[in-house]
Design a protein around this ligand. Structure first.
Ligand code: ATR
Length: 276
């Protein structure tokens, strides 16, 4: 049977195996999909060990997406632009193809939720691999994206990575506290890893209002700390990242098998039965 895996650290929480099992059942395409825990300094060793043992595709998650980008022989256009890889396919030639399905998966989920349109003004929190991986499709869709990060230089690095592309800019965190009353954001996306430790990024609560859409790339059984904080400050339209997780997985499935699963059914099932 064709074998796939998700590699990351931490990995215990990963829902990718269950999502891929649902895809397999729906499409009648059988595949084996496992979780691989990767010690922080052992990504390349673990990855190549998996490939040597017959693995033909993988999802790469926190914090190895930039490392994954570096080991690819070929990149899809969106992976090339983002500089981050979350999906790998071993080609018949044994060469490694890297893709990034996070950004397109997020955009699809935001569209499903009606959280976005092509004039949305987006405040993006975080400047790590997760943030960098989702920017390109949002800009391409027509949105304006402002990055705010705890460490300003990391936000600047992303701006430089995208060669000062139009509609992408960054703000110092302290400036957000000063100017937030003058700028209206339609959508705020938490792409920091703060939720993993149960924290919330430090931003002014005055940004939150009943009209703003609040999205957290993170997800868990209960509402994430960030979403709870948004609700406390008046948000009415919130979503965690489970829909994005399913959408990005569907694009990975497509890269491997050439078939895109019906994600709407899976997202509904997932939310209904609380499969978190
Ligand atoms: P990932 O691949 O998940 O993006 P990462 O590259 O380690 O992981 O990036 C984590 C991001 O979350 C960074 O933007 C980090 O801010 P710094 O650049 O200042 O390190 C942000 N982050 C993590 N914990 C945070 C916290 N408690 N508050 C605010 N931002 C946080």
């Amino acid at each position: 049977m064709k074998t796939f895996a998700v590699l990351g650290n931490p990995i215990k929480h990963s829902k990718s195996p269950i999502i891929h099992k649902l895809f397999s059942e729906q499409t009648k395409i059988s595949q084996k999909y496992i979780k691989i825990y990767v010690p922080i300094n052992n990504f390349y060793k673990k990855f190549f060990h998996f490939i040597k043992n017959g693995g033909i595709g993988a999802n790469i998650t926190i914090p190895f997406k930039k490392k994954a980008y570096k080991l690819c022989d070929f990149l899809t256009r969106r992976a090339q632009y983002s500089g981050v890889v979350n999906t790998i396919k071993i080609l018949e030639s044994k060469k490694i193809l890297g893709d990034n399905t996070d950004g397109i998966g997020l955009l699809k989920d935001l569209q499903n939720l009606k959280f976005i349109n092509n004039t949305s003004n987006i405040l993006l929190l975080g400047a790590g691999g997760a943030a960098q991986g989702i920017i390109y499709p949002l800009i391409k869709f027509g949105c304006n994206v402002t990055i705010v990060n705890r460490t300003y230089q990391n936000a600047k690095n992303i701006i430089n990575h995208f060669n000062n592309i139009k509609n992408l800019n960054c703000l110092k965190l302290e400036d957000l506290f000063i100017i937030n009353n003058k700028i209206k954001y339609n959508l705020i996306i938490n792409a920091t890893s703060s939720s993993i430790q149960g924290n919330i990024p430090n931003i002014p609560s005055t940004i939150i209002n009943p009209d703003i859409f609040c999205y957290d790339l993170f997800y868990n059984f209960n509402k994430t700390p960030f979403l709870k904080w948004c609700i406390i400050h008046g948000a009415k339209k919130i979503s965690d990242g489970i829909g994005m997780l399913i959408e990005q997985a569907a694009y990975s499935f497509y890269l491997w098998h050439g078939i895109i699963p019906n994600t709407k059914i899976i997202i509904k099932k997932y939310k209904k039965y609380n499969l978190y």
